[in-house]
Design a protein around this ligand. Structure first.
Ligand code: ADP
Length: 645
């Protein structure tokens, strides 16, 4: 029988499959089962609409491995294919748009296989020959389609008792790298079916061989009474291998069930199985959405960040299903980066099995779903914040940082979405508070939301710079993460109130008169400050009389947008031009009421050299109090020693 040629595009795809170096060849089974399921769907639909006397229970998909002959047969009793169908459906690649043939790049090809599978032809990744016997429903004659790969196929008449399709894969020889015969092992097949096709709505049957104990006939005496003495035979239980056909898949997806049918236990177990987690999720939500987009979604917030969460190995994404069939393991377009920790899945009938990633990315439906999902996650978090503060704090400890980065990286575009999820340590409440709660407690005359930056809350608590704000009775937020102040800068304001760092030049705490008085006093000592600044040239931009200090002698502050703390962080970012351009030396503030101030005045009059040493030491102290590193600790120590001796 003459071989027919494949159409050019099919040939190219087939070549790709035959020579595939793709590592997840296992998806071939998912593809063939999914085709079988579609074929059964079609006949079931016909039976529903045309009353042909078939029940849902009549349908099955059968998988039978034959180790001796190295074949695997997948059969279904679905709609089947006519001769023309075989010609058209298997001779020409399905018109699914999943394959961009312009690509000459091998890794792109691999991506395509990995993301979507490529239907029937994926069989050629593991088979050297594929034989398809099919009998269309209502037809007398069955046909056999046969191909050994890209050089063509044959179609002949054959005999087959009932309608449906039977696909036999003749396996390639095993090589050192590829053990194709693994796919003939019962356990491997069971695993694959459960992994990829658990929720196919028809039974997927597989012969399963088990060791079962052999039941021994009981000894009886001639009078019929049971005999209990030893006859010398081996009493150890004996086993025999029994093979039965079993249904492997559970058939109903958990997310398709009614919420009130499901227990916490079932959800948690599902979560752990599906996403390889060891602990129960912190939050779970089961969404059944009907409207402009119809989908079911199961979303989980883990209770712990995965070990690689903060590395670039971590891949975000939700599993994407098309009506119970998994089409993508990690659809990253469904989650914004700041919610990358969410695990779960989305099932929508609106996606075809072979939709390509490129098309998907621009898919309007997917965008709508992603938007909804984002809203759902946010609402769940707000609910948790309201109803279970302790749990929420647990969440924020694990995943607060990405949320803050979400505000920072978008230049504040996501601020509205995320600002109410933020919590910071409060100086007055001694616990984590929201911005809304802070605002509630603000004093009537208080203009700003004040914050202080430091390494630890304990450190900030005793920092000199917080004295003036605290003395006013204002609450302070403590920022202990590098990203905190950057995120807040992007936020700009909360509910009409701007943020102010306790280290900013003008704290706006004094009245106009107080300010004037301070300026007068400052002028008086200007020559002293000028002398100190001359000595500290390049290290500070100014020396000034402080209005914020109460007990401490000195502190650092900055003018403008970039705080002293931000500058420290920027300094540590290697080679960033932006960082360099944003840097300016801090201001050294001196407490005019501190005993040391009189000493400084004295040195200014009588001993300029010692004034210089004092200036160095005071600057060093101010830095240490902030938790910053000294540029030259040895020199600092020497100066202190000189002073002490
Ligand atoms: P797709 O499933 O995306 O259409 P495939 O390459 O997997 O692409 O299959 C091509 C076509 O072959 C299917 O659309 C279907 O019409 C037909 N087909 C494949 N397997 C079967 C089957 N088991 N029973 C009936 N028809 C099938």
């Amino acid at each position: 029988m003459a071989k027919k040629e494949f159409k050019a595009e099919s040939k190219r795809l087939l070549d790709l499959m035959v020579n595939s170096i793709y590592t997840h060849k296992e998806i071939f089974l998912r593809e063939l089962i999914s085709n079988a399921s579609d074929a059964v769907d079609k006949l079931y639909f016909k039976s529903l609409t045309e009353n042909i006397g078939k029940n849902r229970n009549d349908f099955y998909i059968n998988i039978s491995p034959d180790k001796q002959n190295r074949t695997l047969t997948i059969s279904d009793n679905g709609i089947g294919m006519t001769k023309e169908d075989l010609e058209n459906n298997l001779g020409i690649i399905a018109n699914s748009g999943s394959f961009n043939f312009k690509s000459e790049n091998k890794s792109d090809d691999i991506n395509i296989i990995g993301q979507f599978g490529v239907g029937f032809y994926s069989a050629f990744m593991i088979a050297k020959e594929v034989i398809v016997k099919s009998k269309a429903y209502g037809e007398e004659q069955a046909y056999e389609w046969k191909s050994e790969g890209s050089d063509g196929y044959t179609i002949e008449e054959c005999s087959k008792d009932s309608n449906g399709t039977e696909i036999t894969l003749v396996f390639k020889e095993d090589t050192e790298d590829e053990k194709y015969s693994d796919y003939l092992e019962g356990w491997r097949l069971q695993n694959l079916i459960r992994k990829y096709s658990d929720y196919i709505r028809y039974p997927i049957q597989l012969p399963v061989t088990e060791n079962v104990p052999i039941e021994k006939a009981e000894h009886v005496h001639e009078d019929g009474t049971p005999c209990d003495h030893d006859h010398g035979e081996d009493n150890a239980p004996q086993y025999e291998e029994v093979t039965t056909i079993k249904t492997i898949n559970s058939m109903v997806p958990l997310w398709k069930k009614n919420k009130n049918e499901l227990t916490d236990e079932e959800y948690n177990q599902f979560y752990k199985d599906k996403f390889n987690e060891y602990t129960d999720p912190l939050v779970r939500t089961h969404v059944k959405n009907e409207g402009t987009v119809t989908y079911d979604a199961l979303l989980f917030i883990p209770s712990k960040a995965p070990f690689n969460y903060y590395s670039k190995d971590y891949e975000k994404g939700l599993q994407l299903y098309s009506n119970g069939v998994m089409i993508m393991q990690k659809c990253k377009d469904l989650l914004p980066d700041y919610f990358a920790f969410v695990k779960g899945l989305v099932d929508s009938e609106d996606f075809s099995l072979n939709i390509s990633r490129e098309i998907l990315q621009h898919d309007h439906q997917l965008k709508l779903i992603a938007k909804n999902i984002e809203k759902t996650i946010k609402n769940e978090l707000v609910k948790l914040l309201k109803n279970d503060r302790e749990k929420y704090e647990g969440f924020f400890k694990e995943f607060g940082t990405p949320v803050k980065y979400g505000i920072y990286e978008s230049f504040g575009a996501n601020a509205d979405n995320l600002k109410d999820l933020l919590i910071f340590y409060s100086s007055s409440e001694k616990k984590l508070v929201t911005l809304a709660e802070y605002k509630e407690r603000m004093k009537p005359e208080q203009e700003f939301i004040y914050y202080a930056v430091g390494k630890t809350t304990e450190g900030i608590d005793i920092s000199p710079k917080t004295e003036a704000v605290k003395a006013k009775g204002y609450e302070l937020l403590y920022f202990t993460e590098d990203v905190d102040e950057f995120a807040i800068k992007m936020l700009r304001e909360y509910d009409g109130k701007q943020f102010k760092s306790v280290s900013s030049g003008d704290l706006k705490l004094e009245t106009e008169e107080e300010k004037k008085a301070a300026e007068e006093k400052s002028k008086e000592y200007q020559p002293l400050f000028d002398e100190m600044q001359k000595h500290l040239a390049g290290k500070v931009s100014a020396v000034r009389l402080s209005t914020r200090l109460k007990d401490h002698p000195v502190c650092l502050s900055s003018e403008g947008e970039v705080s002293v703390e931000m500058q420290e962080i920027l300094k540590q970012m290697p080679g960033s031009d932006v960082a360099k351009s944003m840097q300016s030396a801090p201001i050294l503030e001196i407490n005019g009421d501190h005993p040391i101030f009189a000493k400084l005045q004295n040195f200014f009059e009588n001993d300029k050299e010692t004034l210089g040493d004092y200036a160095d030491i005071l600057l060093g102290q101010a830095k240490l109090a902030e938790g910053f590193a000294l540029e030259n600790p040895a020199e600092f120590a020497d100066k202190i020693t000189k002073l002490l001796s």
